[in-house]
Ligand binder design. Structure first.
Ligand SMILES: [Fe+2]
Length: 386
């Protein structure tokens, strides 16, 4: 198609620049400049700064070769960007499969695949922005172009300054979006590294406490696995489950403050010894309370021996004053402790452990947590890890 007014509009830009050799020399020169050196354009008193943008790759698609080439010349001359021209949507998709482009500037009315359809395919398959240009604005509204993914829309006749401004705006938005994506990725990597460091620190705490108390080595690990499984059974959020796993992994950390001979005493503890043991919840809380975990870890550790009826320790809390996460750890802790060997007795087995929580369901232990735990063992074949 031939759109005379467009040519007239663009002609002043092309003045003195008709020779192909001149154009090539100019383009290669512009591409060698760094962004700060990229030129400013003056037109009707307006200044268009094309700096601060990374060197961009532009693809022009138009079945009108003379117009397409002219757009290419304008963009190459006045932006210094790498610019490629093709005559059809088919050619555009072929070259886009081979190289990447930042912005595609396409005509709408073209034989075979039109510009709107090309825009839809590009937005689906490629990471490129699209500006559509047409003289047939009666048939294609701005909304239709945008709905199909176009980033901007221009009507012929096109003023070169407007085209360059729109292209600059699209590229700036693209650069900002990429920067945001990059920052988000970096934030995720940092967060993951911090989580790993936190996990490693907690594991170091566990190892340290278990060296002193080898008899209960593995207790915290088994409680953590069971508590996590109960949390999943209760459909708690991933974040809550992560917190439960972290806290249950170190829930007996406070035993580090209990004399080792009491922890490993192969006989029933007297009242004084038991009172010392009972201090471990508070000791664990004191060790952990100033660490800025993303979960209430210290509080879970403090509350893991609290019971719904207020008979637990250290604070004799009742039902609603005990965190759900703490109630989960409490059930997992009791089941593991009864089922496994203790310094003063052999393991009583899982059936005795499950009877204990079932008998005291809703009295000492949270009803829903107990039901979830019973289902795990009796219906889902859960076994305590070795
Ligand atoms: Fe404990």
């Amino acid at each position: 198609m031939s759109i005379q007014p467009v040519y007239k509009e663009l002609d002043p830009v092309m003045e003195g620049n008709h020779k192909e050799s001149d154009e090539k020399n100019h383009a290669s020169g512009a591409l060698k400049k760094n962004p700060a050196q990229l030129r400013q354009i003056t037109n009707s008193g307006r200044m268009v700064k094309m700096n601060e943008l990374d060197p961009a790759h532009i693809l022009i698609v138009d079945d009108d070769e003379a117009f397409g080439q002219m757009l290419k010349n304008v963009i190459t001359k006045w932006s210094g960007f790498d610019c490629t021209y093709v005559q059809s949507a088919k050619e555009a998709l072929k070259i886009m499969a081979e190289r990447s482009f930042d912005v595609v500037i396409t005509d709408i009315k073209m034989p075979e695949t039109n510009g709107i359809e090309l825009t839809r395919i590009i937005k689906k398959k490629y990471d490129a922005d699209v500006i559509v240009i047409t003289a047939f604005y009666e048939d294609f509204t701005y909304e239709a172009a945008i709905e199909n993914g176009a980033n901007d829309f221009l009507e012929k006749p096109v003023r070169h300054t407007e085209l360059l401004l729109r292209m600059k705006r699209v590229l700036k938005e693209r650069t900002m979006l990429n920067k945001r994506k990059q920052a988000e990725e970096e934030r995720k990597v940092t967060l993951e590294r911090l989580r790993k460091a936190l996990g490693a620190t907690v594991r170091a705490l566990v190892v340290t406490s278990e060296i002193r108390d080898p008899y209960t080595a593995g207790h915290q690990r088994r409680v953590a696995d069971l508590a996590r499984s109960i949390g999943e059974k209760l459909s708690l959020s991933d974040d809550q489950i992560d917190g439960i796993r972290m806290a249950s992994t170190i829930h007996d950390l406070g035993k580090i403050s209990v004399p080792a001979e009491i922890l490993s005493k192969p006989a029933k503890l007297d009242d004084i010894e038991f009172a010392l043991i009972k201090r471990h919840s508070l000791s664990g809380y004191d060790i952990l309370k100033d660490i800025d975990f993303p979960w209430p870890v210290a509080r879970m550790v403090l509350e893991h021996h609290e019971r719904l009826d207020g008979s637990g320790y250290p604070n004799g809390l009742t039902v609603d004053n005990i965190l759900l996460e703490s109630r989960v750890i409490a059930v997992a802790d009791v089941v593991e402790a009864i089922a496994s060997h203790r310094p003063y007795r052999a393991g009583l087995g899982i059936d005795v452990a499950l009877d204990e929580i079932e008998k005291n369901k809703g009295i000492l232990y949270d009803r829903e947590v107990v039901d979830a735990c019973l289902k795990l063992f009796r219906e889902n074949g859960y076994e305590l890890t070795s």
